[in-house]
Design a protein around this ligand. Structure first.
Ligand code: SAJ
Length: 418
């Protein structure tokens, strides 16, 4: 049995490597020639603990190869991005399924009777049916589940990934999987496939419920973080320490409030709720509001910095804004990783650099040089904490807990120094 994984990114590559490590023949497909070349040398182009060893072994032993054009296989797993279409500020973003459509058009010519196609990409409800439609249109000589049901030539299912970046290798094996086939046969084939390496339960449902399950998980987390972020803004007004408040409330046996912060980052939790809101805008009131609360938090932090600059100048009337130094702690989207994509900390630092004429230091222990988007500003990347007028903590990296700041102006969005 040959398995083909379309899209060799943060999900596709580890998944391909897991099948290969169980001695399945795997063909990985990616449009990025650099990724394909890197993998074929037994190396990886993404950062994920332990993945390099598994990919290296899989390539050396001949179970995994990467190509740019799909080849025939028995099962195809689609793990490509589902971003937003560009939209105006304030509008509800719409999902962009064009990468999934390209993947379908790529595999259609090599599909044959008996094949299985699984959509792993996080997708809006209805996307799996859409995949089956695209495949059916491209291959009128084959039958698909939407018409042929259990007797389809090609089976189609949705099986969303739900692994946590940084723990992908372990979570791929241990997490339960939700398997949503377009027919019972589609589900059963998929379970059999995942059981190759999944030790968690493979729970069967239909495709639409599987799509919604993944969106629900990330929306639930977004709504809970929004609750914490709203509390932080309320407590700031009322002069209450929100971290103390939350730890007190969490002593109740049925309360478990998450932690506030500078906003919600990453490519999942700040994205997936929009797939629900754009499909059912009338009904998704709370989910929509949570998104707005979390997206408003970076601006709130920037306003705090503006106030701190004004306070400093009031106490030091002989100085101007140009004399005020600011140190920003952390750029990543969450603690102890080097991933800066969709990071509120990076966004806040950039906006401060745009508005502030004085010197800015950035401390980010997980990177060696500043990202391109900050290179045109008056920012210095530093390894250690420096004398500075304003200290802005944006990420609770483990290194920052030991810093002791006393009399300077401190804005601590994660509550580690308060
Ligand atoms: N955050 C807070 N307060 C908290 C927890 C998180 O502000 O109490 C912020 C983080 O700082 C970060 C953002 O939320 O900016 C997201 O971080 P995260 O650790 O909650 O999640 P991700 O984006 O790394 O991964 C999530 C996971 N989903 C859930 O936990 C429900 C993961 O299992 C999914 O596979 C992944 O999204 C995905 O790919 O969808």
């Amino acid at each position: 049995e040959t398995i083909s994984v379309i899209g060799l990114g943060y999900i596709g590559l580890p998944t391909a490597a897991m099948f290969a490590s169980r001695k399945k023949k795997v063909i990985g497909v990616d449009v990025n020639q650099h990724a394909v070349d890197t993998i074929n040398q037994g190396k990886i182009h993404i950062v994920e603990p332990d993945l390099d060893m598994i990919v290296h072994a899989a390539v050396v032993e001949g179970y995994l190869k990467a190509v740019t054009t799909p080849e025939a296989a028995d099962a195809f797993l689609i793990a490509v991005p589902t971003p937003f279409k560009p939209c105006d500020k304030g509008a509800v973003p719409e999902p962009d399924l064009s990468y999934i459509e390209s993947a379908c058009n790529g595999i259609a010519p090599v599909l044959k009777k008996g094949d299985l196609v699984i959509l792993e990409s996080t997708s809006p409800v209805g996307a799996t049916e859409q995949v089956a439609e695209w495949l059916a249109t491209a291959r009128p000589d084959l039958t698909f589940p939407q018409v042929a049901g259990e007797n389809a030539d090609v089976n189609v299912a949705h099986c969303p990934e739900r692994v946590l970046p940084g723990h992908v290798v372990r979570e791929l094996v241990e997490n339960d999987r939700v398997i949503g086939g377009m027919s019972a046969a589609c589900s059963e084939r998929s379970v059999e496939l995942y059981k190759t390496f999944v030790q968690g339960d493979c729970v069967i449902t239909n495709a639409r419920t599987a799509e919604m399950a993944k969106l629900t998980e990330n929306s639930c987390r977004d709504v809970q973080i929004a609750f914490a972020n709203e509390l932080s803004v309320i407590c700031d007004k009322l002069d209450i320490n929100v971290w103390e408040l939350i730890s007190l409330a969490n002593r109740h046996p049925r309360i478990n409030i998450l932690q506030p912060g500078p906003g919600v980052g990453g490519h999942c939790i700040a994205v997936d709720p929009w797939f629900i809101v754009s499909k059912t805008p009338e009904q998704a009131q709370l989910i929509h509001t949570a998104r707005k609360v979390n997206d408003a938090k970076p601006e709130w932090v920037i306003d705090k910095v503006k106030l701190a600059i004004a306070d400093f100048l009031q106490v030091n009337p002989n100085k101007t804004a140009k004399d005020v130094t600011i140190t920003c702690y952390g750029l990543a989207f969450k603690p102890d990783i080097d991933d800066l994509r969709e990071s509120p900390a990076l966004d806040i630092t950039k906006k401060i650099a745009e508005m502030h004429s004085g010197k800015i230091f950035v401390i980010e222990p997980n990177i060696e040089k500043l990202p391109e988007s900050l290179s045109s500003y008056n920012i210095t990347l530093s390894k250690e904490t420096l004398k500075s007028d304003i200290h802005l903590l944006l990420v609770n990296h483990k290194e920052f807990y030991k810093f002791k700041l006393s009399d300077e102006l401190v804005i601590d969005t994660k509550g580690i120094w308060l």
